[in-house]
Design a protein around this ligand. Sequence first.
Ligand SMILES: C=CC1=C(C)c2cc3[nH]c(cc4nc(cc5[nH]c(cc1n2)c(C)c5CCC(=O)O)C(CCC(=O)O)=C4C)c(C)c3C=C
Ligand SMILES: [Fe+2]
Length: 419
Amino acid sequence: MTTSNDEKWINKKISRRDMLKLTSIGAAGVAIGASGFGGVMKAMGYDVFEPVADSKTTINKIDFYGRHQSGIITPVQTHIYFASLNVLVTSKQELQELFKKWTPLVVRLMNGELMVDLTTNTRVPTGDTGEAEGLDASNLSITFGVGPSLFEKLGMSHLKPKELEDLPHFPKDQLQEAFTGGDLCIQACADDPQVAFHAVRNLVRAASGKVEIKWSQAGFNSFPATGGTPRNLFAFKDGTVNPSITDAKDLNEVVWVDKGWLKGGSYLVAREIQMHLETWDRTSLKDQEATFGRYRDSGAAFGKTKEFDDFEVEAKDEKGEYIMPDISHVHLARKSGARMLRRSYSYASGVMTNTGAHDAGLLFVSFQKDPAQFTAVQNSLGRMDKMNEYVTHRGSAVFACFPGVQKGSYLGEALFNAL
Ligand SMILES: C=CC1=C(C)c2cc3[nH]c(cc4nc(cc5[nH]c(cc1n2)c(C)c5CCC(=O)O)C(CCC(=O)O)=C4C)c(C)c3C=C
Ligand SMILES: [Fe+2]
């Protein structure tokens, strides 16, 4: 690390007297060689941020640094561990310190490394909980967002983007506090469930006393051996119509925020949606297909043969009836005219104790440049969506996900610089 980099990350203002002290230490050449300028600053009580680089040798690794955070246009991994957190810190400065602390830890986790180097002292708790030892980086991505409630809590309301509001109540919502809201989110996705869980567990542990988990959800996606779109727990291909993650123009139109401190970031909507599998399993295949307006096996839209064949939502048959039923999920979603990048995961969390039914469903996750895009689609689905018979929305949250981090910077820097 260079001296100029170190200097950039000094939290407190350095007084002239302190600077003189430092200069004399430097002149005397004491200890600086071993620990560097950063070490000296730390010893003097200054909080110094030490960046960690993306590893060039780790296999199955997603880069941390870049224009955008990982986990948004990263190819979808097989597992998610999503945590919504409330902050216990009471000042912006403490929150900034937390993100400075988290940043190098996140790079290490995404490098497939332990959070901290192992100690041989068995008398103290270990710095890393250890369950990811021997596992590779597993394409771990970690995405941080801030929720509307954070801004008022920490006296930063003037910096809350006007788009960042709790989602409105939708007609069929049965939201439970236990799956709703949160000041911050950590979305960890990986091709190994333990790697994703380990990341969240250790980041929360490193923030002990500063954050608490409000709600969390583990999820999975299974990809066909030959590749392609995963199927949800209703057995339908889910994620067919999505912006291409390599089409920069489309992503700028649909996903990336282009103004203010959030420029290069995106809004994440999370919906915990229970799927009533027992009811679905009693439904004929014909009705199941009519629910989506797509064929189950091929994933093609009604009247088409291949999954990605384009369709005209208003197209009618010779009897003058819509080819894609007008109350089907896809018809209504498409008709809204709004677009989003969906990145959802199935979950199966045991049994509903009151009914004995599966507690299973979809952790719906979408990214968009404005949460209004989600609201437009959900309003279009409204009370009409034929899928409503089979699902219950029980959780909802929205977060502004920071732009990407450049080496030497830290998560959320643009927000804190705007303070
Ligand atoms: C408000 C946004 C959406 C919610 C909530 C939602 C829930 C949900 N969806 C499925 C299954 C499928 N959805 C499909 C397509 C689709 N869904 C949305 C939006 C929401 N879905 C959009 C924008 C689209 C694409 C519409 C289009 O333009 O074609 C499909 C079809 C295949 C696909 O394109 O992915 C399925 C299947 C479930 C099970 C669910 C909640 C549990
Ligand atoms: Fe959908």
